[in-house]
Ligand binder design. Structure first.
Ligand SMILES: [Zn+2]
Length: 89
């Protein structure tokens, strides 16, 4: 759960635009499918950069997976030791 604090901003290389209380940029998940050509699907709260929302409905896992860094979601395997391949972001 400690990985939750990682900021999506640190992993985004697309241009950010500030709109109201949010930073707007291209959603990596949408972009992967050839969508979001206008580059404004992903909204990241300025007050809380951990809050990111894709207006097209991508989940945070989808967005992170598109960035090549999927979060571990193996809740059932919580007791197991992390594998060495589980590289920290
Ligand atoms: Zn998206």
């Amino acid at each position: 759960m400690a990985h939750e604090a990682k900021l999506i901003l640190d992993h985004i290389s697309t241009k950010l635009r500030t709109v109201g209380h949010n930073n707007i940029t291209r959603c990596p998940s949408c972009a992967e499918e050839g969508h979001d050509r206008s580059g404004d699907n992903l909204s990241i709260s300025i007050e809380d950069p951990r809050t990111d929302i894709c207006w097209a409905g991508c989940t945070r896992d989808m967005i992170r997976a598109a960035m090549g860094r999927p979060r571990p979601v193996q809740h059932a395997l919580q007791g197991q030791k992390k594998e060495a391949s589980n590289v920290e972001i």
